[in-house]
Design a protein around this ligand. Structure first.
Ligand code: ZN
Length: 76
């Protein structure tokens, strides 16, 4: 796997889970384990979810990481 600069971005303080998409770009789940206060952000395509429960966010992030092939190099 060719690693992009987004494979291992700095870990946010509230990082809960890090998935990696098909190109190895990080898909980070951040927020809180409690309530509807977690969201995911893909460093490959820049997609950002709304706030949901952790179980929902985790499933969504996992699903996104499975299908996302983006490895954008200029997204923050
Ligand atoms: Zn993506």
């Amino acid at each position: 796997m060719k690693l992009s600069p987004n494979s291992n971005p700095p870990e946010p303080d509230n990082l809960l889970i890090r998935f990696h998409n098909q190109t190895g770009a990080a898909v980070d789940v951040t927020g809180s384990e409690h309530g509807h206060s977690s969201r995911w952000h893909c460093h490959g395509c820049g997609d950002l979810s709304g706030y949901h429960s952790l179980s929902f966010t985790r499933d969504e992030a996992n699903g996104h990481a499975t299908t996302c092939r983006a490895s954008h190099h200029r997204l923050g």
